[in-house]
Design a protein. Structure first.
Lengths: 260, 293
């Protein structure tokens, strides 16, 4: 089976789930020859150079990545053609016969969203889910400080950051994937997700809410800490209809380390 | 004549400002309105004023007599409390005020936090004016220069590239420790790359950090100090560069923290532009903290 044929199988499965393939989508081949015969599949949060080395070592020559390969959302390579990092990555891809395909938009369209489901499983929050609202999790009351510490431990997240009063009580949590942290409202206590602009959104809202005597919180996990676990779910999903090729999850891992 | 006129005006405005602390000007008293302050800023900023810009009044009456000016990175409710307590009723902010990129309340129009902020602004007759595009457009670049100076690196500024600094030989971890002692950071420092890698040349990128400038500048430097890098852009690029065998590192300090020195510089500049009105910088503060795990 070639990479192109494998993608067609994914598209058939997505269609069977009632999701129409978008005319404009991020979910396309990003590097390598789609006619390459697939020896193994690796799913990952991000096809970093380090992930590609691990994929090649595991003989997984078809890489399904959730995030970009070439440092921008559209994987545009204008301006990168002579950049040594870009050139080295492309050379490595060619030398090892790798094919990279992005699975983002249609992955998020699956129900439940595997990118959220992966975080929920890693957090151990399945029992707090709310029927009818896939983003809302209601748990026994705790403090923002205790919740943040628990989340950091469960995800092994070193770069996790929090906005809001550490001693505020929290019970109602809105969980979103990646850059899609749900906006804070009066109805939820804390919003959790991967990455967010520091200005013009939840960070300012949480600071204003504290000053207004209505404390709210935000926990920023890091983009990969929020979505990498979900690509394990994608690997599991691929297993349900691709039995003729080895499939594994290769975590991109957290890019940040904490320095004191 | 120009300087004599300025002194006269300054004396007059100081007297007027003292009388105006209650924001109730006796009719006919000369004072400067928020609109007039903005007119002076536009006349002196040194870059053409754009037709389309986010810079403008975001709340309050532009004809309010100004008793004092506060510059800040982000006009949070806490910053507004401090400004009102200090009698600074014109707030010059770099970032949006109403929890949305376009300062449009959008679905938050009936939100209690949004309404509390608007009520506080009205009750204290504050005026909020955003100064982002044009303060950013000045050259030399104000935010970069101010951050470099705040970090004590002014002597190492590259004359040919204002984002590039040479520092005494250290390591990535050494720079991180240095940043912690020079900036008001609570939880925001994150590191990509090896902490023990040697550092001599540093690229400064306060605010958000784009890929194109990083690709161009990082060839000549060991380390990028960034405000808010995106994980699928510059973070991946630095990690890949290191994985490709070229040692490079990134220290992310947070957008607000990286912009505080630039808005302190803005207060200093405003004192030269608007005579007779007290001007101070009010720190927004690092929004983030870290849990002890």
């Amino acid at each position: 089976m070639t990479a192109r044929e494998l993608v067609a199988r994914i598209q058939e499965k997505v269609a069977a789930e009632g999701i129409a393939w978008r005319a404009e989508t991020r979910d396309t081949f990003k590097a390598g020859d789609p006619s390459t015969v697939v020896r193994g599949v690796a799913t990952t949060g991000m096809a970093t150079f380090d992930v590609l080395k691990r994929a090649a070592a595991a003989d997984a020559n078809f890489v399904v990545t959730h995030e970009p390969t070439f440092y921008n959302d559209k994987d545009l390579t204008d301006g990168l053609e002579t950049d040594p990092t870009y050139v080295a990555k492309q050379r490595y891809i060619a030398a090892n016969g790798l094919v990279i395909w992005r699975f983002h938009d249609h992955a998020h369209a699956l129900r439940p969203d595997p990118l959220i489901a992966g975080s929920v499983r890693a957090l151990g929050w399945t029992q707090y889910a709310t029927p009818g609202d896939p983003r809302l999790y209601v748990m026994p009351s705790t403090t923002l400080r205790a919740l943040a510490a628990d989340v950091a431990r469960r995800l092994n997240d070193h770069g996790l950051r929090v906005v809001g009063d550490p001693d505020m009580r929290v019970s109602r949590i809105a969980l979103g994937p990646g850059y899609g942290i749900p906006p804070l409202t009066a109805d939820i206590d804390v919003a959790i997700g991967g990455e967010a602009a520091e200005a013009g959104g939840n960070a300012e809202y949480a600071m204003d809410a504290a000053a207004a005597g209505r404390p709210r919180g935000m926990i920023v996990l890091g983009h990969l800490m929020s979505e990498d676990y979900g690509m394990q779910e994608i690997a599991d999903w691929l297993h349900t209809f691709l039995s003729d090729v080895p499939i594994r999850f290769i975590p991109a891992g957290e890019p940040f380390s904490n320095v004191q | 004549m120009a300087s004599g006129g300025a002194v006269t005006r300054r004396t007059f405005v100081v007297t007027g400002a003292a009388a105006l602390l209650s924001a109730r000007a006796p009719r006919g008293a000369r004072s400067v309105t928020a609109r007039e302050v903005v007119g002076r800023i536009q006349a002196h900023v040194g870059v053409p004023w754009r037709e389309k810009t986010v810079d403008g009044f975001k709340a309050g009456d532009p004809d309010t007599a100004v008793t004092g000016i506060a510059t800040t990175v982000m006009a949070t409710l806490d910053v507004l409390h401090q400004a009102a307590a200090a009698g600074r009723n014109l707030i010059v902010t770099h970032e949006p005020t109403f929890q949305g990129g376009a300062d449009d309340a959008g679905p938050r129009g009936s939100d209690p936090v949004y309404l509390a902020k608007q009520a506080y602004i009205n009750e204290h007759r504050l005026v909020i004016w955003r100064f982002a595009h044009h303060w950013l457009a000045r050259r030399p670049a104000e935010f970069t220069r101010a951050l470099g100076t705040a970090l004590g690196w002014a002597a190492g500024r590259d004359p040919a590239n204002e984002r590039l600094y040479t520092v005494p030989a250290t390591t990535v971890a050494g720079v991180a420790a240095h940043i912690r002692t020079h900036l008001q950071i609570r939880g925001g420092i994150r590191l990509v790359g090896r902490a023990d890698a040697p550092v001599r040349r540093i690229v400064l990128s306060p605010g958000t950090t784009d890929l194109a400038s990083t690709v161009a500048n990082l060839r000549d430097a060991d380390l990028l100090v960034s405000g808010e890098p995106r994980e699928w852009e510059v973070v991946e690029y630095v990690a890949d560069t290191a994985a490709a065998g070229t040692p490079r590192a990134l220290i992310a300090i947070g957008r607000v923290v990286s912009e505080e020195p630039g808005m302190r510089a803005c207060a200093t500049w405003l004192r030269t532009v608007v005579a007779g009105v007290p001007v101070q910088a009010i720190a927004t503060g690092d929004p983030y903290w870290r849990p002890a795990v």
